[in-house]
Design a protein around this ligand. Structure first.
Ligand SMILES: [Zn+2]
Length: 299
């Protein structure tokens, strides 16, 4: 084909499909990016500041993240102090629409009943990284639907012209979760009431949803690395109570899990921390994987 013809076809294509810029969504975590993509579909482009398998409590944003936020239409954050680093990024970006309470601002935790809210005030010195309660609600598929609802409301605020597409995608995302819930419940029903040990309190919303008991954590407190004294106490409690299930979130060091294995005799499995893709199936795959690893840990 001649160059002139190619150029002509290219121009025609451009003319037939006038490019309306996609709504730019910047999410703080890969899970929020995946859910944003599921409900935004082809109308959005999504970017996640935290990358899969980075500790979401401890992200060090780059200068390029500031420019991403400066030109974004919507920011989606986890809230509950999981991503406090978003505050300085948003301040630096100076995009007024995205300020807390602005039309382009979504706190995905809105309306989610939080667990493990500290009774007293937590000082920075204690090092506990859950000062507003447990922020890991996205491992619970029912709360993922709530987060999706918050995101859809935000998308409609900034891009009302595509409201019907966003609502249809939201209905489809809900249906996908509802269809899987029965499978997930059936898969975990045999383990109801069983105790499980994790490294961090990451999976507690998930475990509660499926009736599994969080027995303890390798960390003495959220964000505080395991100590020898804490691990040996935990191991002796586990032996006393015949606790066999240990599920270590994939981002944490294995050496502490190896120690618990030696001291308690309990085997451990490694669970997923992040979605591996931002497609509509990314979130469903994460929970599929988490259910399978939980069964393995308790089996
Ligand atoms: Zn945490």
């Amino acid at each position: 084909m001649k160059l002139s013809k190619l150029l002509f076809l290219g121009a025609l294509l451009f003319w037939v499909q006038p490019a309306r810029a996609a709504t730019e969504v910047v999410a703080s975590t890969p899970e929020l990016a995946a859910i944003s993509k599921a409900v935004g579909g082809g109308k959005v482009s999504v970017y996640s500041i935290a990358k899969p398998n980075q500790d979401y409590h401890a992200i060090e944003p780059r200068p390029s993240d500031v420019s991403r936020i400066a030109r974004a239409d919507l920011v989606v954050r986890a809230g509950l102090s999981l991503d406090v680093w978003m505050d300085s990024l948003m301040n630096a970006a100076g995009n007024g629409n995205l300020n807390r309470g602005g039309r382009g601002y979504v706190d995905a935790s809105t309306g989610i009943p939080r667990i493990e809210t500290p009774s007293g005030s937590i000082s920075g010195a204690s090092g506990d990284v859950h000062p507003e309660g447990n922020p890991h609600y996205l491992y619970d598929p029912i709360y993922a639907k709530r987060a999706a609802q918050n995101i859809v409301r935000g998308l409609i605020r900034v891009d009302a012209g595509n409201a019907s597409a966003y609502r249809a995608n939201y209905v489809a995302f809900n249906r996908a979760i509802d269809n899987k819930m029965d499978d997930w419940r059936r898969a975990l029903a045999p383990y109801a009431g069983r105790p499980i040990v994790t490294y961090h309190l990451s999976y507690n919303y998930f475990l509660r949803r499926f009736g599994i008991r969080q027995y303890g954590t390798l960390e003495p407190k959220p964000g505080i690395p395991p100590s020898a004294a804490h691990l040996s106490q935990l191991a002796s409690n586990m032996k006393r109570d015949r606790v066999r299930g240990v599920l270590i979130e994939g981002i944490y060091p294995r050496r502490f899990a190896d120690l618990i294995k030696r001291q308690s005799g309990a085997n451990y499995e490694v669970g997923p921390y992040s979605v591996q893709s931002y497609t509509g199936q990314g979130y469903i795959n994460l929970i599929d994987n988490l259910v399978a690893r939980t069964r393995a840990a308790l089996g």
